[in-house]
Design a binder for this molecule. Structure first.
Ligand code: ATP
Ligand code: MG
Ligand code: FE
Length: 336
């Protein structure tokens, strides 16, 4: 089964050709990061316009690189939510046009289910059930992947997403957008025990997360240093903040694996590229006799190959969307 997948939910315009869900024949990503860096974050109007400019070229490249014609495709897959409505619409309209013109079925995909499915690409033996920690720019969820495309959400963030916390703290210490990779790099030069930032404990909801507290603690720390005219060591702050976030993520994931008797654990989303999180998860899973899966960094952040992987299992189940498919900015996991 050959699928052309299209992704435009945020600030990367991406297309990929994926065979049988796990074999990536091409994975083209045009990132708008340089453009949005000027404004310190993603500007929705600019994102939509850039997607319009790039999408045809990106799709052409993906097909050419895969040496695949439109006739050879079995389906056109596209992210239809969640994300920025104007950005999503560009991909959805494009996918509908190709689907209609080429006479190929259309499969709409949930962006976050795509992030989870990124794990299938490089781990040919990974099959549900498994526990997945989703940590992206806009989401932080602990889910049980019961079957392909069947999710049980057991925990989520009450406020900021993990990636959002990284981005906000990065801005506060002057690193710019996107902050995650920059904190990751700077933290390697810092002492993670320099400052003890709080870990949220949510009474009665052991698998929920909260990152606004640690973010505020970082801001308060910076303010109090400024008041006392103390020099701030930004590498120490980056390392200590990252440690607090990673500790919360790992502790709750391990507790969930234990309670739900999961033997396999996966991580997904942009923050899954974080080197400290990968290392700490590796150690914790080893200690607890669990098998850990994570995608290569290029499949952690937004890409279309992961959408092709998720679409394959939807395609097999018979999921088809009509030409009335619309962008759904707040699409829920498991919603069809
Ligand atoms: P969502 O997937 O929730 O809709 P998004 O698509 O914007 O949001 P992703 O592309 O999955 O998010 O991930 C981007 C996020 O990942 C950003 O917040 C970025 O700072 C973070 N990130 C990327 N690399 C790293 C890293 N090495 N360490 C920590 N965070 C990282
Ligand atoms: Mg992005
Ligand atoms: Fe994403």
């Amino acid at each position: 089964v050959m699928i052309l997948a299209i992704e435009s939910s945020c600030d990367e315009t991406a297309a990929a050709v994926v065979k049988n869900g796990r074999e990536v024949l091409s994975n083209v990503i045009s990132s708008q990061i340089d453009l949005h860096t000027l404004y310190g974050g993603v500007v929705p109007e600019i994102a939509s316009r850039k997607h319009m400019e790039k999408i045809n070229q990106v799709i052409k490249e993906a097909l050419a690189e895969a040496d695949c014609s439109l006739e050879a495709l079995d389906a056109i897959a596209v992210t239809y939510g969640p994300g920025l409505v104007g950005a999503l619409l560009v991909g959805v309209a494009e996918a509908k046009a190709i689907s209609y013109a080429a006479g190929k079925p259309l499969v709409g995909v949930h962006h976050i289910e795509g992030h989870v499915s990124a794990n299938f690409i490089e781990h040919k033996n990974l099959e549900p059930p498994f526990l997945c920690l989703i940590v992206s720019g806009g989401h932080t969820h602990l889910v049980i992947v019961k079957e392909y495309g069947v999710y049980e959400i057991i925990g989520k963030t009450r406020d900021d997403a993990a990636g959002e916390a990284f981005d906000k703290v990065a801005r506060a210490i002057g690193l710019g957008y996107p902050g995650g990779p920059k904190i990751d790099r700077l933290a390697k030069e810092g002492n993670k025990t320099a400052v003890s930032f709080p870990r949220a404990n949510l009474e009665g909801c052991p698998y929920d997360f909260s990152f606004s507290g640690v973010k505020s603690a970082v801001l308060n720390h910076l303010n109090s240093c400024a008041m006392k005219k103390e020099e701030v060591n930004t590498a120490d702050i980056a390392a200590s903040f990252q440690e607090a976030v990673v500790d919360a993520l790992v502790t709750k994931t391990m507790a969930a694996a234990r309670e739900y008797k999961m033997k396999q654990v996966a991580i997904a989303g942009g923050v899954a590229a974080n080197s400290a999180l990968r290392e700490a998860m590796d150690m914790a899973c080893q200690k607890n006799g669990l098998t850990l899966y994570y995608p290569s960094p290029i499949y952690c952040t937004d890409n279309a190959a992961m959408i092709g992987a998720a679409a394959y299992y939807e395609y097999l189940k018979g999921t088809r969307h009509g030409l009335d498919l619309n962008a759904v900015p707040n699409l829920k996991i498991g919603q069809r």
